[in-house]
Design a protein around this ligand. Sequence first.
Ligand code: FES
Length: 573
Amino acid sequence: MTGNGTLRSGAWFDGDDEVALANRAALAPAARGARGPVIGIANSASDLNPCNMPLRKLAGAVARGVREAGGIPAEFPTISLGEDLMKPSAMLYRNLLAIEIEEMIRSHPLDGIVLLASCDKTVPGAVMGAASADIPTVLVTGGARAPAVFRGRRIGTGTDLWRLWDERRTGDLDDAGWRDLEVCLGAGIGSCNTMGTASSMAILCEALGLMIPGSSTIPAGDPRGTDAAAEAGRCAVAAVRDGTRPSQIMTAAAFRNAIRVLYAIGGSTNAVIHLTAMAGRVGEAFDLNDLERYGSGVPVLADVEPSGAGLIQDFDAAGGLPALLRELSPLLEPAARTVAGPTIGEVIAAAPAVRSGGAIRPLNSADAGGAFAVVRGSLAPDGAVIKTSAATPDLLRHRGPAVVFRGYEDMRRRVEDPALEVTPDSVLVLGGCGPVGAGMPEWGMIPIPAKLAAAGVRDMVRVTDARMSGTSFGTVFLHVAPEAAVGGPLALVRDGDMISVDAAAGVLDLDVGADELARRRAAWSAPTSPHLRGWPALYRAHVTQAPDGCDLDFLTAPTAAHRRFVEPVVGRS
Ligand code: FES
């Protein structure tokens, strides 16, 4: 209910003039004679995005739940950001989805909303939009796809494909095997079943209090998912009646808990960017310092690929997030609220104990090494991130000569060149792939150069302003800021320059003298993109750097003007 006791949708429907009558008539087919809060069901299901296909069935369950609670369900489609088919990167369109959700809420008689999202960017994009609109919000995800079985072995989405690609490049996987792999990977729908970005974001949104407790890791097609979706519909109506808004759920304490959970699950590095952007939408400052402050010392409890050996199905079977929260409870802030009603402390009190032998380690038996490191230095003045839990420990402190790739095409071509001058001690550098340069695709897991891969090398130090898939692994220093395209030091590195990394000490340095760097900077000019138009042009002009969440600069932190903007202005269309 709004502050004066009426529903937001009342601005459309209350009254006796021709506008109110036309508005009531327009909603009548969806309302089917019911009166009550109107709950939007923003559905990102799409044939172009297999990760989100399970949402089709769940939308009906959400609608049923809304009706059972006395609300009116109103489903509408949204763009669907599928990580595989969308080029150059679904990341380029995350903020567009956020704008779409915010504008659909602003322009329609919605009192609350249920977001149906799964694949990596659909979750943060949808949440960012709803957070900006700040109407009661519940998130439903579609669940991880069933594990594929390749030559008798269960394989995880993404992570095992990257490993098998290395076998293919070195000739260890033949043509028949490569064809078999394609068939088995194309067999399922649902999100990646490793601890990729989709699983990470679903779990983090549950930790933030935006989902039905226990629902973020229910596998695709599991009947529990249908029950949770119906519960989400009921919950959305209750949240409208209680006046529970995202700004009351997505608090500083909730984000601090989310950071701890991110470390505990060994989650995706992409989640660092998304959490920052989501926090920005509710006016909560969140930066790389917070990541270190609240995450360091939190052990990795989830034994899930790529940091561990299991899959999301194993994590769910071990008790899912409630069980992990219970294990992590000494480190959490219990007063944080959830949209479903209970506080995080109450969720923990009702949670099952971790099932032994599963994919969640007890707190007292876990290695306190931590999942991430934030590094800074002359090569990354504003910071960079590495997922240490998926890296090679011996490479986390290293000094070696740079082998520089200027953009993705250059990298793909030269990395296969047997004449490339590179040794296992080299540091592979890829610039031009940040948010301004290329929309920040997941190009950061630079393949091991072919001649080294053939010799058995499986990891090297890599440094880039790109992202990498949450399902990826290796000693990759990501999200270097400022990025090369805006003149960050990454743009000035040349082959043979010495680069020093030390994850534990938080160091990423380019060992080149200040005079030489000044000469290179004077000769540098920003790359131009004359052919950009439409959304990519707007994005490039306004996107912020990775440590600021890659949001558009005019969409962050709510202001008084923003609040007036999302209040309805209703008249003849
Ligand atoms: Fe969509 Fe992984 S590619 S969830």
